[in-house]
Design a protein around this ligand. Sequence first.
Ligand code: NI
Length: 172
Amino acid sequence: MGHPTLRRAARPVSPSEHGTPWLHALVDDMIDTLHDYGGIGLAAPQVGESLRLALIEIQGDSRYGEIPSMPLTAFVNPTVEVVDPARAGYWEGCLSVPGLRGYVERPQHIRVDYTTLSGRSERLELRGFLATVFQHEFDHLDGTLYIDRIEDPRLLGFDEEFERYLAPRDAA
Ligand code: NI
């Protein structure tokens, strides 16, 4: 956080870049970073590349509790359409904002159109926590961080205080 690339709208991946060794090398680097830091998503601007590209990988038993899993997938030039604007909140974290958690409400039913690494068009419909994860990642492509979407700044805390005070408050 603080690096200008993270705050800028990223450029689309051009059709001629699909399938290139350069793009695959970038994705491989991003996979390593995602795994090194134990995250569930990573967008190219987080590793200094101002490109509309993000990875998401969710294992069912992550630190976010019992959630649907999703195999490692690369999303190129994704767009989000809100199907139902009804919102729900989750405690979000971000590899670019280390050590913090914040409570963010987002629409819980969205449609995502994207291109695969090989250039095929795909569409997904997502609900609940997955809808939140995708919106968080794709916000990075427009230079937006989750902290920008926290409506009550008191609901932002360090991981340690989150575990001690904020998570139990939610469970109660
Ligand atoms: Ni993030």
